[in-house]
Design a protein around this ligand. Structure first.
Ligand code: GEK
Length: 244
């Protein structure tokens, strides 16, 4: 397996900044990129393990939708206490799924993991007790989001849980500006230059579409979840728990 490389994708000035893509170049630097870009990422991954301990039911399926290199899959795999479970990881990037196969093969966990290269819009959720959308819904058009969540809710067993982590925005302009500045300060403290921050921002502008926490809460309820709220937040990054 290749070693993790530092993320320098936007370090030099680009004549044209293309739309961000989860291609091989991103796969090579992904662990470094997400850790240095998303405040609280390591805590969220760790707590997904904690939640798996509590919510995963015996003889059920767990889903990691937009699994990238399988960080949440592994957190669940090593903390699930219930017997006879299976984890299904899904990502529509061939490069991510291919590298994730290597990560899972090198891992010592015993719970079976199946990886699928597919858009999460096409996945059927069956006999689920835990579904993770860790910074994935934000890359799907806002029009498609309710249907994805309805599909998840209908495939979850009673008492099953969805963990939805997203970059978020705020209605209050000064607060929005403050959160953006604090996030950029976090990135600068992690070694990203102003050029890297600006070019990455351009690359994800029309691709990563953040929404307010209220929009997420309302949509999760509309999708059929009975209990919905935030369990983690750091600046403009938050994670919600939705229980069926
Ligand atoms: C983690 N969850 O480390 N269908 C399937 N996958 C998709 C889709 C889609 N429609 N759109 C984007 N992806 C991971 C981190 S990263 C978050 C998730 C980030 C995939 C995409 O290929 C990428 O692997 C992932 O969603 C988003 O906990 O980079 O900000």
């Amino acid at each position: 397996m290749q070693k993790h490389q530092p993320d320098t994708i936007y370090a030099n000035p680009l004549a044209e900044v293309n739309r961000f893509a989860f291609d091989e170049r991103v796969v090579d630097v992904f662990p470094d990129m997400i850790k240095r870009s998303v405040p609280g990422y390591a805590t969220i991954i760790n707590m997904i393990g904690n939640l798996a301990e509590r919510y995963v039911q015996a003889n059920s399926n767990c889903y990691d939708l937009g699994c990238s290199l399988g960080a949440a899959t592994l957190a669940m795999r090593h903390r699930i206490q219930a017997a006879d479970c299976k984890i299904i990881g899904v990502d529509n990037s061939a490069a991510m799924i291919s590298r994730c196969q290597q990560v899972i093969a090198a891992d010592s966990g015993e719970i079976p993991v199946e990886l699928l290269e597919a858009p999460i819009q096409n996945i059927s959720i069956e006999n689920g007790s835990m579904v993770v959308l860790n910074f994935t819904l934000q890359f799907i058009t806002t029009e498609e989001r309710l249907k994805v969540l309805e599909n998840i809710c209908s495939g979850l067993n009673s008492g099953g849980v969805l963990i939805l982590s997203e970059k978020v925005v705020f209605d209050d302009d000064p607060h929005q500006q403050l959160m953006t500045e604090l996030h950029h300060n976090f990135k600068r403290a992690n070694g990203y230059s102003d050029l890297e921050i600006a070019q990455k921002r351009t690359a994800i502008e029309d691709y990563l579409i953040p929404e307010t926490l209220d929009t997420h809460r309302q949509r999760l309820r509309a999708a059929g979840f009975s209990s919905v709220d935030v369990w983690f937040q750091c600046f403009n990054f938050a994670s919600l728990i939705a229980i069926k």
